[in-house]
Design a protein around this ligand. Structure first.
Ligand code: LLP
Length: 425
């Protein structure tokens, strides 16, 4: 990633700060976020999609600083729980720029959304229509969108494909579920349907599936106009923009995505004689993923038969992604120029199971030893946000680096944090 610089003697720096210095000052594991890189990525989106609303998907990573950066860069926010919503609003994010998602919104989610005044609630299923209408009340008013499943299969792994009818999100385009729900929503005076939403999957590296989805969504907008005489003004194409986790891997070309989505939208709307809706997009991973680096300390090195295991002081509790999705990372040894040649090693965590592997079969210097530091680049998205309390290891510290200085954003989770919740015996 662009934010990593090489230092003499094999050192690495991010945002002008040496990672070895971060490890000394904040201990390890530490997640280092390059503020300039996050802001730069927000601007890249704003420049590529000047006419669209760009919403950052908070599920990728959220903290008060992140809320501020995204707000200052002019993006909106996609949240999917009262937790994400309250954190954002209490950190100063304007609620009208927030969209609430979720396939199973809890009473607390809806209560917070209405109390705080979120901009849009995305209806995910038929049972939500009456619930949301009742919560809004006959005198109230709430803008809503409908999540539609366009029947497009895309995404980096089966677990993160959401564009087809065999998964839990959204309303089907093919079995008429979306059309039926839309008629019912249009019959609720307190709900204002502003547009349609789809999110076909995550870690998508090609433009084509987005174009197919967009074409089907425009087709549905035309049918809604023909059936109900209603012209919807918004089309949210979700997120899912893929990034490279290792050098040489493909990433989604954002400029091409922006250009071809716009062209397809104009072509489809002209053909259907529709007013062109405002486009919304919801990138999460591509905003924050490449801006994060995880820094671990090596605790043990073990040679068993043919294999070398390098065990670090974190693992699947801070990064469950290799275990869940088979994702491959490219860890790098920090802090000394390698003279010893490389050999194949497997980087594992410290948790009590064999599946706790961070990076299988990677090339690392042969003289790697306990006390060394390892950096795992492209660690900003869906690692901390999916971190767990497994083995009471504690979630890592989050450190922001910017223009040569480092500051703590989120302190390391301690045993006292666990103890304070454990109130019965
Ligand atoms: N919008 C909606 C409605 C979503 O469900 C998601 C992600 C996004 C936007 C943002 O997608 P992104 O641009 O970040 O791909 N834990 C998985 C990823 C799950 C994505 C869930 N939804 C992973 O670590 O790969």
């Amino acid at each position: 990633p662009a934010s990593t610089q090489r230092l003499p003697h094999g050192g690495l720096a991010v945002g002008g700060v040496s990672l070895a210095e971060v490890a000394d000052r904040f201990e390890t594991p530490a997640y280092v976020l390059d503020e300039g890189e996050v802001r730069g990525r927000c601007r890249t989106y704003q420049d590529a999609f000047p006419a669209a609303h760009v919403l950052y998907a908070a599920k990728a990573f959220l903290s008060r600083a992140m809320v501020r950066w995204v707000r200052e860069e002019g993006l909106g926010l996609d949240v999917c729980s009262a937790g994400e919503l309250e954190l954002a609003v209490t950190a100063g994010f304007p609620p009208e720029r927030i969209v609430l998602h979720g396939n199973a919104k809890s009473p607390r989610d809806l209560e917070a959304a209405l109390r705080l005044g979120v901009g849009r609630i995305v209806i995910d299923g038929p049972s939500e229509i009456a619930r949301i209408a009742a919560a809004v009340g006959p005198e109230g008013h709430q803008k809503v969108m409908v999540r539609v499943v366009p029947g497009v299969s895309a995404g980096g792994h089966d677990k993160i494909r959401t564009g087809t009818d065999d998964q839990k999100f959204g309303l089907s385009l093919t079995d008429g579920g979306a059309q039926h729900a839309i008629s019912r929503i249009l019959g609720q005076p307190q709900l204002e349907l502003t547009g349609l939403h789809c999110h076909i999957g995550s870690q998508i590296t090609e433009v084509k599936p987005y174009l197919v989805a967009l074409r089907r969504m425009v087709g549905l907008m035309a049918r809604i106009r023909d059936t109900h005489g209603v012209v919807l003004s918004e089309l949210d194409m979700g997120g899912g923009h893929g990034i490279a986790y290792r050098p040489g891997e493909p990433a989604l070309d954002l400029t091409a995505l922006a250009r071809r989505l716009r062209a397809e939208l104009h072509r489809g709307c002209a053909a259907a004689r529709l007013t062109i809706p405002r486009l919304l997009i919801e990138p999460g991973r591509a905003v924050v993923g490449p801006a994060g680096v995880a820094v671990y300390r090596v605790l043990a090195v073990k040679h068993t038969g043919e294999k070398v295991f390098v065990a670090v002081d974190g693992g699947m509790s801070d990064n469950p992604r290799p275990a869940l999705y088979g994702v491959r990372y490219a860890p790098r040894l920090i802090g000394r120029a390698s003279t010893a040649g490389c050999r194949t090693a497997t980087v594992v965590g410290r948790h009590c199971e064999a599946g706790d592997v961070l990076a299988a079969d990677v090339e690392l210097p042969g003289d790697i030893h306990p006390g060394d530091l390892l950096a795992v680049p492209v660690a900003g998205a869906y690692q901390l946000s999916m971190a767990s309390g497994y083995n009471l290891v504690g979630r890592p510290a989050v450190v922001a680096v910017h223009q040569g200085s480092a500051r703590l954003l989120v302190r390391r989770e301690t045993l006292d944090d666990f103890r304070s919740r454990d109130i019965g015996d």
